[in-house]
Design a protein around this ligand. Structure first.
Ligand code: CO
Length: 315
Protein backbone atom coordinates (compact mmCIF):
# COMPACT_ATOMS: atom_id res chain seq x y z
CA UNK A 1 0.00 0.00 0.00
CA UNK A 2 1.36 3.41 -0.85
CA UNK A 3 1.46 6.44 1.34
CA UNK A 4 -1.27 8.97 0.84
CA UNK A 5 -0.07 12.54 0.83
CA UNK A 6 -2.68 14.84 2.20
CA UNK A 7 -3.14 18.31 0.88
CA UNK A 8 -1.27 20.99 2.80
CA UNK A 9 -4.38 23.05 3.14
CA UNK A 10 -5.75 20.45 5.49
CA UNK A 11 -2.78 20.55 7.77
CA UNK A 12 -3.81 22.42 10.85
CA UNK A 13 -2.29 21.72 14.17
CA UNK A 14 -4.76 20.22 16.56
CA UNK A 15 -4.13 22.01 19.82
CA UNK A 16 -5.34 19.09 21.80
CA UNK A 17 -3.95 16.72 24.37
CA UNK A 18 -3.40 19.14 27.17
CA UNK A 19 -1.64 21.84 25.15
CA UNK A 20 1.79 20.78 26.27
CA UNK A 21 3.46 23.84 24.89
CA UNK A 22 7.10 24.11 25.74
CA UNK A 23 8.77 27.28 24.72
CA UNK A 24 12.39 26.58 25.33
CA UNK A 25 14.57 29.16 23.69
CA UNK A 26 16.07 27.66 20.60
CA UNK A 27 13.93 24.60 20.94
CA UNK A 28 10.77 23.72 19.17
CA UNK A 29 7.45 24.68 20.59
CA UNK A 30 6.11 21.20 20.40
CA UNK A 31 2.49 20.30 20.47
CA UNK A 32 1.61 16.75 21.14
CA UNK A 33 1.54 15.22 17.72
CA UNK A 34 -1.75 15.20 15.94
CA UNK A 35 -3.40 11.82 15.95
CA UNK A 36 -2.18 10.27 12.73
CA UNK A 37 -3.70 7.53 10.73
CA UNK A 38 -1.78 4.83 8.98
CA UNK A 39 -1.02 5.34 5.31
CA UNK A 40 0.28 8.85 5.94
CA UNK A 41 3.98 8.38 5.59
CA UNK A 42 6.10 10.38 5.85
CA UNK A 43 4.04 13.38 6.85
CA UNK A 44 4.78 16.28 4.52
CA UNK A 45 5.72 19.50 6.26
CA UNK A 46 6.01 23.00 4.99
CA UNK A 47 8.51 25.03 6.97
CA UNK A 48 8.84 28.79 6.74
CA UNK A 49 11.40 31.21 8.12
CA UNK A 50 10.26 34.39 9.83
CA UNK A 51 12.84 37.12 10.45
CA UNK A 52 11.83 39.62 13.13
CA UNK A 53 13.40 43.04 13.55
CA UNK A 54 12.51 46.21 15.43
CA UNK A 55 12.28 48.06 12.11
CA UNK A 56 13.86 51.29 10.92
CA UNK A 57 12.74 54.56 9.41
CA UNK A 58 16.16 55.22 7.88
CA UNK A 59 16.09 53.98 4.26
CA UNK A 60 19.88 53.43 4.04
CA UNK A 61 19.75 51.28 7.18
CA UNK A 62 17.59 48.71 5.40
CA UNK A 63 20.69 47.37 3.70
CA UNK A 64 21.34 45.58 7.01
CA UNK A 65 18.04 43.71 6.74
CA UNK A 66 18.68 42.92 3.08
CA UNK A 67 22.10 41.46 3.90
CA UNK A 68 20.67 39.24 6.61
CA UNK A 69 17.89 38.10 4.29
CA UNK A 70 20.42 37.30 1.54
CA UNK A 71 22.46 35.25 4.01
CA UNK A 72 19.38 33.38 5.25
CA UNK A 73 18.33 32.56 1.67
CA UNK A 74 21.82 31.37 0.81
CA UNK A 75 22.08 29.22 3.95
CA UNK A 76 18.58 27.71 3.67
CA UNK A 77 17.66 27.75 0.00
CA UNK A 78 14.10 27.04 -1.01
CA UNK A 79 12.58 28.05 2.32
CA UNK A 80 9.73 30.53 2.35
CA UNK A 81 11.04 33.67 4.06
CA UNK A 82 8.91 36.43 5.60
CA UNK A 83 9.55 39.50 7.75
CA UNK A 84 7.81 41.00 10.76
CA UNK A 85 8.58 44.07 12.88
CA UNK A 86 8.06 44.79 16.56
CA UNK A 87 8.02 48.60 16.71
CA UNK A 88 4.53 50.07 16.93
CA UNK A 89 5.85 53.62 16.73
CA UNK A 90 7.57 52.87 13.42
CA UNK A 91 4.48 51.04 12.20
CA UNK A 92 2.40 54.17 12.73
CA UNK A 93 5.03 56.43 11.27
CA UNK A 94 5.54 54.36 8.12
CA UNK A 95 1.80 53.74 7.71
CA UNK A 96 1.40 57.51 7.35
CA UNK A 97 3.88 57.26 4.48
CA UNK A 98 1.93 54.42 2.89
CA UNK A 99 4.21 51.58 3.97
CA UNK A 100 3.01 48.54 5.87
CA UNK A 101 5.13 46.90 8.57
CA UNK A 102 3.46 43.62 9.52
CA UNK A 103 3.48 42.48 13.16
CA UNK A 104 4.72 39.04 14.23
CA UNK A 105 1.12 38.00 14.88
CA UNK A 106 -0.05 39.13 11.43
CA UNK A 107 2.76 37.36 9.63
CA UNK A 108 2.25 34.14 11.58
CA UNK A 109 -1.49 34.28 10.80
CA UNK A 110 -0.69 34.65 7.10
CA UNK A 111 1.75 31.73 7.21
CA UNK A 112 -0.84 29.54 8.94
CA UNK A 113 -3.42 30.59 6.39
CA UNK A 114 -0.99 29.71 3.60
CA UNK A 115 -0.70 26.19 5.00
CA UNK A 116 2.73 26.30 6.64
CA UNK A 117 2.96 23.69 9.40
CA UNK A 118 6.26 24.78 10.96
CA UNK A 119 7.97 28.10 11.41
CA UNK A 120 11.48 28.98 12.51
CA UNK A 121 11.28 32.49 13.93
CA UNK A 122 14.59 34.35 14.17
CA UNK A 123 14.82 37.39 16.37
CA UNK A 124 17.26 39.98 15.06
CA UNK A 125 17.40 41.60 18.47
CA UNK A 126 20.82 42.02 20.11
CA UNK A 127 19.90 40.93 23.66
CA UNK A 128 16.96 38.95 25.08
CA UNK A 129 15.34 42.09 26.46
CA UNK A 130 11.91 43.65 26.22
CA UNK A 131 11.70 43.55 22.42
CA UNK A 132 12.71 39.91 22.32
CA UNK A 133 10.13 39.01 24.94
CA UNK A 134 7.48 40.74 22.85
CA UNK A 135 8.45 38.29 20.11
CA UNK A 136 8.20 35.36 22.56
CA UNK A 137 4.68 36.48 23.56
CA UNK A 138 3.60 36.96 19.95
CA UNK A 139 4.91 33.52 18.97
CA UNK A 140 3.17 31.90 21.95
CA UNK A 141 -0.10 33.58 21.00
CA UNK A 142 -0.03 31.93 17.56
CA UNK A 143 1.72 28.63 18.34
CA UNK A 144 -1.53 26.66 18.31
CA UNK A 145 -1.97 27.48 14.63
CA UNK A 146 1.11 25.38 13.73
CA UNK A 147 2.44 21.91 14.35
CA UNK A 148 5.63 23.46 15.66
CA UNK A 149 7.31 26.80 16.04
CA UNK A 150 10.95 27.28 17.03
CA UNK A 151 12.39 30.57 18.15
CA UNK A 152 16.04 31.41 17.46
CA UNK A 153 18.07 33.28 20.06
CA UNK A 154 18.98 36.94 19.71
CA UNK A 155 22.62 37.85 19.06
CA UNK A 156 23.73 37.53 22.69
CA UNK A 157 21.89 34.99 24.80
CA UNK A 158 24.64 33.34 26.82
CA UNK A 159 28.34 33.18 27.57
CA UNK A 160 29.20 31.31 24.37
CA UNK A 161 27.44 33.97 22.30
CA UNK A 162 29.33 36.69 24.16
CA UNK A 163 32.68 35.02 23.51
CA UNK A 164 31.91 34.47 19.82
CA UNK A 165 30.65 38.02 19.36
CA UNK A 166 33.72 39.45 21.09
CA UNK A 167 35.85 37.45 18.65
CA UNK A 168 34.13 38.68 15.50
CA UNK A 169 33.20 42.27 16.43
CA UNK A 170 36.66 43.66 15.60
CA UNK A 171 35.88 42.73 11.97
CA UNK A 172 33.22 45.49 12.02
CA UNK A 173 35.78 48.21 12.82
CA UNK A 174 37.00 50.14 9.73
CA UNK A 175 40.45 49.04 8.59
CA UNK A 176 41.71 52.63 8.93
CA UNK A 177 41.55 52.37 12.71
CA UNK A 178 45.07 52.45 14.12
CA UNK A 179 45.89 50.15 17.06
CA UNK A 180 46.47 53.24 19.23
CA UNK A 181 42.92 54.46 18.60
CA UNK A 182 39.99 53.57 20.84
CA UNK A 183 36.76 51.90 19.71
CA UNK A 184 33.44 52.48 21.44
CA UNK A 185 30.59 50.17 20.44
CA UNK A 186 27.21 51.85 20.80
CA UNK A 187 24.54 49.50 22.10
CA UNK A 188 20.90 50.33 22.69
CA UNK A 189 20.86 49.31 26.35
CA UNK A 190 17.79 48.52 28.38
CA UNK A 191 16.43 48.61 31.93
CA UNK A 192 15.41 44.96 31.38
CA UNK A 193 17.62 42.41 33.22
CA UNK A 194 19.14 41.50 29.83
CA UNK A 195 20.91 44.88 29.96
CA UNK A 196 23.75 43.04 31.74
CA UNK A 197 24.85 41.62 28.40
CA UNK A 198 26.41 44.96 27.45
CA UNK A 199 28.94 45.22 30.31
CA UNK A 200 29.49 41.47 29.91
CA UNK A 201 30.41 41.97 26.25
CA UNK A 202 32.81 44.75 27.22
CA UNK A 203 34.50 42.34 29.61
CA UNK A 204 35.15 39.84 26.81
CA UNK A 205 36.20 42.55 24.31
CA UNK A 206 38.72 44.06 26.71
CA UNK A 207 40.38 40.70 27.18
CA UNK A 208 41.64 40.87 23.58
CA UNK A 209 42.00 44.65 23.17
CA UNK A 210 41.92 47.04 26.13
CA UNK A 211 41.03 49.87 23.77
CA UNK A 212 37.62 48.39 22.90
CA UNK A 213 34.68 49.53 25.01
CA UNK A 214 30.90 49.35 25.07
CA UNK A 215 28.41 52.09 25.98
CA UNK A 216 24.65 52.27 25.57
CA UNK A 217 21.98 54.84 24.79
CA UNK A 218 19.52 53.73 27.45
CA UNK A 219 21.33 51.44 29.87
CA UNK A 220 24.72 50.58 31.33
CA UNK A 221 27.49 51.37 30.69
CA UNK A 222 26.26 54.89 29.88
CA UNK A 223 28.06 57.38 27.65
CA UNK A 224 29.14 59.22 30.81
CA UNK A 225 30.65 55.99 32.14
CA UNK A 226 32.54 55.60 28.86
CA UNK A 227 33.73 59.23 28.78
CA UNK A 228 35.19 58.82 32.28
CA UNK A 229 37.08 55.69 31.14
CA UNK A 230 38.28 57.36 27.92
CA UNK A 231 39.49 60.49 29.73
CA UNK A 232 41.40 58.40 32.25
CA UNK A 233 43.02 56.49 29.37
CA UNK A 234 43.81 59.83 27.66
CA UNK A 235 42.08 58.68 24.48
CA UNK A 236 42.39 61.18 21.62
CA UNK A 237 40.53 59.44 18.82
CA UNK A 238 37.52 57.16 19.25
CA UNK A 239 35.75 55.15 16.55
CA UNK A 240 32.02 54.87 17.25
CA UNK A 241 30.54 51.63 15.93
CA UNK A 242 26.81 50.76 16.26
CA UNK A 243 26.12 47.58 18.24
CA UNK A 244 22.65 47.38 16.71
CA UNK A 245 21.32 45.42 13.75
CA UNK A 246 20.84 48.63 11.76
CA UNK A 247 22.45 52.06 11.76
CA UNK A 248 19.04 53.67 12.28
CA UNK A 249 17.80 56.68 14.18
CA UNK A 250 20.02 56.08 17.23
CA UNK A 251 23.16 55.87 15.11
CA UNK A 252 22.28 58.73 12.78
CA UNK A 253 21.05 61.14 15.46
CA UNK A 254 22.12 60.08 18.97
CA UNK A 255 25.56 58.98 17.85
CA UNK A 256 26.52 61.05 14.84
CA UNK A 257 23.96 63.88 14.90
CA UNK A 258 24.64 67.60 15.20
CA UNK A 259 22.72 68.06 18.47
CA UNK A 260 24.51 69.03 21.70
CA UNK A 261 23.81 65.63 23.23
CA UNK A 262 25.08 63.53 20.32
CA UNK A 263 27.95 61.21 21.21
CA UNK A 264 30.19 62.95 18.71
CA UNK A 265 29.63 66.31 20.41
CA UNK A 266 29.78 64.99 23.98
CA UNK A 267 33.14 63.42 23.15
CA UNK A 268 34.32 66.61 21.38
CA UNK A 269 33.66 68.58 24.58
CA UNK A 270 35.82 66.04 26.41
CA UNK A 271 38.63 66.76 23.94
CA UNK A 272 38.15 63.51 22.02
CA UNK A 273 37.78 63.26 18.25
CA UNK A 274 34.98 60.84 17.35
CA UNK A 275 34.80 58.94 14.08
CA UNK A 276 31.25 57.61 13.69
CA UNK A 277 30.64 54.53 11.55
CA UNK A 278 27.15 54.45 10.03
CA UNK A 279 26.82 50.74 9.45
CA UNK A 280 24.66 48.29 11.38
CA UNK A 281 25.73 44.84 12.50
CA UNK A 282 23.62 43.39 9.68
CA UNK A 283 26.16 44.91 7.31
CA UNK A 284 29.01 43.22 9.15
CA UNK A 285 29.25 39.72 7.68
CA UNK A 286 30.83 37.80 10.58
CA UNK A 287 28.25 39.18 13.04
CA UNK A 288 25.22 38.56 10.83
CA UNK A 289 26.54 35.01 10.44
CA UNK A 290 25.87 34.54 14.18
CA UNK A 291 22.18 35.37 13.72
CA UNK A 292 22.06 32.94 10.78
CA UNK A 293 23.65 30.29 13.01
CA UNK A 294 20.91 30.83 15.60
CA UNK A 295 18.33 30.48 12.83
CA UNK A 296 20.01 27.22 11.83
CA UNK A 297 19.62 25.99 15.42
CA UNK A 298 15.92 26.83 15.35
CA UNK A 299 15.45 24.96 12.05
CA UNK A 300 17.40 22.01 13.45
CA UNK A 301 15.13 21.98 16.50
CA UNK A 302 12.13 21.69 14.16
CA UNK A 303 13.77 18.88 12.21
CA UNK A 304 14.62 16.97 15.35
CA UNK A 305 11.11 17.31 16.68
CA UNK A 306 9.82 16.13 13.32
CA UNK A 307 11.60 12.80 13.21
CA UNK A 308 9.34 10.80 15.53
CA UNK A 309 6.38 12.02 13.52
CA UNK A 310 7.23 9.79 10.56
CA UNK A 311 4.66 7.08 10.70
CA UNK A 312 5.14 3.49 9.70
CA UNK A 313 2.82 1.94 7.22
CA UNK A 314 0.76 -0.73 8.82
CA UNK A 315 0.34 -2.55 5.52
CO1 CO B 1 15.47 53.16 20.99
Amino acid sequence: MSCSIRSFGLRRAVPSRGLAVVLALGLAVAFSPRPVRAQECPIPTRTAILLVAFGTSVPEARQSFQNIEDKARAAFPGRELRWAYTSHILRKKLAAEGETLPTVEETLDTLAHNGYAQVAVQSLQVVPGEEFHKVVAAVNSRASRFDRVALGQPLMAGTDDLKRLAEVLPACIPAQRKPSETVLFMGHGTAHPAGVFYPALEYFLERSDTKMHVATVEGVPSLDDAVAVLKKAKARTVWLVPLMSVAGDHAVNDMAGSGDGSWVNVLARAGITAKPVLKGLGQCGPVSDLWIEHLGQALAALDQAERPKHVKKDN
